[in-house]
Design a protein around this ligand. Sequence first.
Ligand code: F6P
Length: 342
Amino acid sequence: MARLGILTSGGDCPGLNAVIRSVVLRGLRRYGDEVVGFLDGWRGLLDRDTMVLDWRAVRGITKLGGTILGTSRTSPFGPSGGIERVEATIRSLELDALVVVGGEGTLTAAKMLHEAGIAVVGVPKTIDNDLSATDYSFGFDTAVGIATEAIDRLKTTGESHHRCMIAEVMGRHAGWIALHAGMATSAHAILIPEQPTSLDEISKWVLSPAERGRTPLIVVAEGFVPSEMGAHYHERGLDAFNRPRLGGIGEAMAPMIEERTGIETRATTLGYIQRGGVPSAFDRVLATRLGMAAVDAVHAEALGSMVALRGTDIVLVPLTEAVGALKTVPQNRYDEASTLFG
Ligand code: F6P
């Protein structure tokens, strides 16, 4: 029997509630554990703001989007944080280990806490699918499904008006959502941060389908910038980590493409729609399996590790490996998709 603390931190993601439920039920049924939930990520841990997670609290939540615990981009090492404060909470609640569910930033903080002697196990989450130690992260499949449905809709209105349509999807450093949603919707161009591309090249991919009587469709990741434009496109300032708040590159590119091609062009930014709502069946299953494996890892004393999907298996990888380098779209996956551009 152990006392576990769990928190969800960083941008939310469909599947978080499935992780929470499986941690609680696996812990309770297999080991007789008690689970304490921290509200709003690291903020709840620093402020000792908690909720009891028993079987009643997690009843029926697998299919719910968001996170019943709330989330924030607070860092445990921020101005009101620090290792002593984290330790004090853990001591006062008599916790044996923390299950930390998050992306790159959150798992880096978890790794630092582990190095400082705190018992931590990580669970990867990001719709961007850019964590290198896991084949897929939950949330990604749902985001691709939502983007695909939305782009299918953009195509029919584009066809009626003989317009070029640009769909902008999330993906700060990695173009996974754009690659998958773009392939699924037969986009004439998929623009991702990993592949610098000029407006002239993009315009050729727009003109070619138009000449065949097709409606040009561009899928662009928010982190992409045409070679001519240089730095990240962001008009929304910086976030809590001083990172540019992205969104709007599609809108910025639309008049440039229209000017070069003479084809009326419209852009739509899908934004947070991709992160909200019910998780897909794939994400529910993955999240549930990861949650169970995290509890097993605590009891196997595999602390400082992260649960991950490799092929169809759930495995443990050291947190240091998990946050080493981002998983960007490799050249061969882009080349494969680009055969069908234009
Ligand atoms: O979770 C990653 C992500 O979806 C990025 O693609 C995006 O730039 C970021 O979150 C935006 O999140 P927020 O505005 O909630 O900080």
